[in-house]
Write a protein that binds this ligand. Structure first.
Ligand SMILES: NC(=O)c1ccc[n+]([C@@H]2O[C@H](COP(=O)([O-])OP(=O)(O)OC[C@H]3O[C@@H](n4cnc5c(N)ncnc54)[C@H](O)[C@@H]3O)[C@@H](O)[C@H]2O)c1
Length: 259
């Protein structure tokens, strides 16, 4: 399939659970893919596995100069950048607000929020040079309500919503659409490995059993929507947000056997 032939997509956190899924699917559908990531070994390995039309660039989303280099490298390699997926993200170790130190707060905001801001800032001129394109920001179901013990993460993801809507307004006339996805609980290292400074991974205390779709989300569940959002089928969709959570936000589903 070549739905995305002639597209060049930069995926941040492109070696992570969801990021690698996006990269593989986009590449399979004909796109040039740029794996923007911190982990050079895994990035180079994934690029080598995919072969032609795949490239790893070292990208720390919290550093403006890293963004400038990644966008320049993308344009040099593939001639243009047409899609940015702001996917990189980190969670804080669970803690009450009063027990959260300022350094942790700053680190989470720096990567999740400032990283997304810097990405839009660096990519917008390139997308404009390409004649238009799309940006998809990966936020979270935690951007739709409060979640105790996750203040930095929740605040960073809520703010991405405002950034998404503002960027959509600013870039629409340049044929650049900007949307957000709110994943539910997705089976990636994000939930199977403890956050830096945490004792236990989320998977240890989360069970999907009570929810409408009683399973963990898979990276492919998010990839499917991402591909729609960057495709021409979504030409009239901008500033929008999509929850992909198997019904988690609806709350527990009452089962027939229990009534
Ligand atoms: N897995 C979930 O349950 C879930 C739920 C809601 C939202 N999300 C969001 O989905 C996105 C992808 O997460 P995932 O589930 O694939 O987890 P993951 O931990 O597998 O991937 C996150 C990636 O971000 C990268 N990253 C961290 N800091 C970075 C930096 N400064 N610069 C560049 N890359 C950096 C990590 O190296 C990793 O590859 C994140 O934004 C996360 O907040 C995940």
């Amino acid at each position: 399939m070549s739905r995305f032939a002639h597209q060049t997509v930069l995926v941040t956190g492109g070696t992570g659970g969801q990021g690698a899924s996006h990269v593989r699917a986009l590449h399979a559908e004909g796109a040039n893919v740029v794996i923007g990531a911190l982990d050079a070994d895994r990035g180079a390995e994934l690029a080598a596995e995919l072969g032609d039309r795949a490239r790893f660039v070292h990208l720390d989303v919290s550093r403006e100069e890293s963004w400038a280099a990644a966008v320049a490298e993308t344009e040099k390699t593939f001639g243009a950048l047409t899609v940015l997926v702001n996917n990189a993200g980190v969670q804080n170790p669970p803690a009450l607000i009063e027990a959260t130190d300022r350094a942790t707060w700053a680190r989470i905001l720096d990567i999740n929020l400032t990283g997304t801001f810097l990405g839009i800032k660096a990519a917008a001129p390139a997308l404009r040079r390409a004649g238009g394109g799309a940006i998809v920001n990966i936020a979270s179901v935690m951007a739709t309500g409060g979640t105790a013990f996750y203040a930095p993460y929740v605040a960073s993801k809520w703010a991405i919503r405002g950034l998404t809507q503002t960027a959509a307004l600013e870039l629409g006339r340049d044929s650049i659409r900007v949307n957000a996805i709110h994943p539910g609980v997705i089976a990636t290292p994000f939930i199977t490995e403890p956050a830096a400074g945490a004792h236990a991974p989320i998977a240890d205390f989360y069970s999907p059993e009570p929810f409408a779709v009683p399973r963990l989300g898979q990276p492919a569940d998010i990839t499917a929507l991402l591909l729609f959002l960057i495709s021409p089928d979504a030409a009239f969709v901008t500033g929008a947000e999509y929850v992909v959570d198997g019904g988690l936000l609806l709350g527990p589903a009452l089962q027939k056997e229990t009534v």
